[in-house]
Design a protein around this ligand. Sequence first.
Ligand SMILES: NC(=O)c1ccc[n+]([C@@H]2O[C@H](COP(=O)([O-])OP(=O)(O)OC[C@H]3O[C@@H](n4cnc5c(N)ncnc54)[C@H](OP(=O)(O)O)[C@@H]3O)[C@@H](O)[C@H]2O)c1
Length: 365
Amino acid sequence: MAAAKQVNIAIIGAGGVGKCFLGQLETLAQRRPSPKLVLTYISTSKKAIYNSDYAAIAINDVSSKLASSSQVPLAPPKLIEYLKSSGSKTVLVDNTSSQDVADAYPLFLGNGISIVTPNKKAFSGSYKLWQDIFSAAEQSGAKVYHESSVGAGLPVISTLNDLVNTGDEVTKIEGVFSGTMSFLFNSFAPTSGKGGQWSAEVRKAKELGYTEPDPRDDLNGLDVARKLTILARLAGLEVESPTSFPVQSLIPKELESVATGDEFLEKLPAFDSQMEETKAAAEKEGKVVRFVGSIDVASKQVKVGLEKFDLSHPIAALKGSDNIISFYTKRYGSNPLIIQGAGAGGEVTAMGVTSDLIKVLSQVA
Ligand SMILES: NC(=O)c1ccc[n+]([C@@H]2O[C@H](COP(=O)([O-])OP(=O)(O)OC[C@H]3O[C@@H](n4cnc5c(N)ncnc54)[C@H](OP(=O)(O)O)[C@@H]3O)[C@@H](O)[C@H]2O)c1
């Protein structure tokens, strides 16, 4: 009798997204008996769980077991050796934001280990890493999917790939790619015309957990630049890095080097007039200001920063911390294909990772 098909799952990262992914993996394993999904490795930056005989790790209480485990993570070459020796197909799920893990993708893929991940670092780092990743996958037949690296679970990357692969001509991509920036500008410059002080909105966003611990990590625009780098590359542009095109930082020069995020928040009110002027200039034209990223494919121009929009524009009318991404293409004409919704959050981000895993399983199992 033929043995039941089995695919091993190795997970790196068990934080906000990682924990939600574990819940979704448990449900998926119950719902779809074939291929049998076996969790064979899981780690955080300091702890790991794996069995030398590849016995399945129970998913339901793995987070608490991980916290008390005395095993330490395996470095990528050792992890690859361990995973390959199992003899089963393996999918690596990278739920970290680690550059070190991202740098090892070509090694994993070259050894036939498929990857699904919400980690932006591998796809928005150097163009060489991007090329190495996809050529390693091409050579070995391993798969690599990263839907949640842009717009969390929103179908942004799959849609762009479908447009490109079916021969549509993508002329422009434009949108609000950061939940933090969306929240900030929707409350600082709402279409209703009111809105709070800039520094007060930044403080509120931090208190509500919408920003990184140091809000400058959102306000410097790099997170949006990373997402634009990924989309521009998928649209066919050889973007060298997220710093190779204009990115507007909303950090006042004088506050770039203050020591802590708290000190930054304390000093930010002194610079409110700069943002007020920007808001007033937009209002004079009957518009609102938003922090957007855009890619003009024909002229190969990528940029990130403040733009003014008519009140009736879909970007102006965005609510809460939603993302919006518009694809202008030859087929869609002057009315773009628009994707909109939550662009952050553990469950929706994990959904993108789980749906990527399902795609990989349908190809490798
Ligand atoms: N949260 C969202 O809404 C969202 C949306 C879109 C995309 N993403 C992406 O999803 C990924 C995970 O985000 P998150 O919010 O879950 O982050 P998080 O809560 O900070 O969790 C990160 C996890 O990765 C582990 N980790 C970090 N570096 C590691 C390393 N070198 N080796 C092994 N484990 C390592 C951490 O372990 P320790 O605890 O030991 O450090 C932790 O378990 C990131 O790439 C993020 O950009 C998140």
